[in-house]
Design a protein around this ligand. Structure first.
Ligand code: CP
Ligand code: NVA
Length: 304
């Protein structure tokens, strides 16, 4: 029984196999939707979320349905979790009834407590520390547009947040160069960077967005204030001035560089509308790829 709490829960071979499966599921989507019974017929996925979601929820629900299974969406506000029932108890109860559980929550430790007591696979659907499902989609999207990611150079511009952490883990897992430009005080977790380097990753923290973007094969950013940081939004807008991915920054990257953003995006903050809507932006492919990669992940974790 395996959990997927962070990218490093997979070996490089397993991650590669999941991406290969995702490509096949994407290519055969129409044909597979007509197959009965689907490979996950009779299986149930529970989504235990205490943060908002559009892409993650929809991609898991549609993905599970297309594989023949069923999904329960359980928001904390409508379950006993929201009234203080411990994650350990919830995990033991749910895993007597469902086959796989995806959790979206604040503290990564809450997810780990949940996983420790679950007898079925637990997937990280986003915590304050990691967003590994998004990275499976991001790597697939990069490779669809630019070929093999190993050896490529990726620029991260903005907050050293959950997405930055998952990009750092991906750099070690898939073997690409990662340059991060984050304002002072918003660097990613230093211990994680160190561990990534110990695992052979080429991860550099650079001073200016221009330095990160120069010659990069992809420029990536994310919101300046993540879920749970709404109160800090104004202070963060000030701290992140100069870190917007705009046309000028994109012109420093490789001529065929792509722009990635996990979404939701804030035009005029972390990304200029001209970039998000521009020819280098592949964010809609990236969002769609959540579906294909998570279907492959579900099949992997459920041994189907
Ligand atoms: N990118 C992402 O996880 O989007 P949602 O918050 O809409 O699920
Ligand atoms: N860093 C963002 C990602 C949203 C998908 C957040 O945690 O809100």
């Amino acid at each position: 029984m395996r959990h997927f709490l962070r990218l490093w829960d997979l070996t490089r071979e397993e991650a590669r196999a999941i991406l290969a499966r995702a490509r096949e599921l994407k290519a055969r989507r129409e044909e597979m939707r007509r197959e009965h019974p689907g490979p996950l017929f009779g299986r149930t996925l529970a989504l235990v979320f205490d943060k908002a979601s559009t892409r993650t929820r929809v991609s898991f629900e549609v993905g599970m349905m297309e594989l023949g299974g069923h999904t329960l969406y359980l928001h904390a506000s409508t379950t006993q979790l929201g009234r203080g029932e411990p994650p350990e108890d919830t995990a033991r109860v749910l895993s007597r009834m469902v086959d796989v559980i995806a959790v979206r929550t604040h503290a990564h430790a809450t997810l780990e407590r949940f996983a420790a007591f679950s007898s079925v696979p637990v997937i990280n659907a986003l915590t304050d520390a990691h967003h590994p499902c998004q990275l499976l989609a991001d790597v697939l999207t990069f490779e669809e547009h630019r070929g093999e990611i190993a050896g490529a150079t990726i620029a991260w511009v903005g907050d050293g947040n959950n997405m930055a952490h998952s990009w750092i883990e991906a750099a070690a897992l898939f073997g690409f160069r990662l340059r991060l430009a984050c304002p002072e005080g918003f660097a990613p977790d230093a211990a994680l960077v160190e561990e990534a380097r110990r695992r052979g990753a080429d991860v550099a923290l650079v001073g200016a967005p221009e330095e990160a973007a120069l010659g990069a094969d992809a420029v990536v950013t994310d919101v300046w204030a993540s879920m749970g940081q709404e109160e800090e939004a104004e202070a963060r807008r000030r701290a992140f001035a100069g870190y917007q991915v705009d046309g000028r920054l994109m012109r420093l990257a490789a001529p065929d560089a792509i722009f990635l953003h996990c979404l939701p995006a804030h035009r005029g903050e972390e990304v200029a509308a001209e970039v998000l809507e521009g020819p280098q932006s592949v964010v809609w492919d990236e969002a769609e790829n959540r579906l294909h990669t998570q279907k492959a992940l579900l099949l992997f974790l459920l041994g189907a």
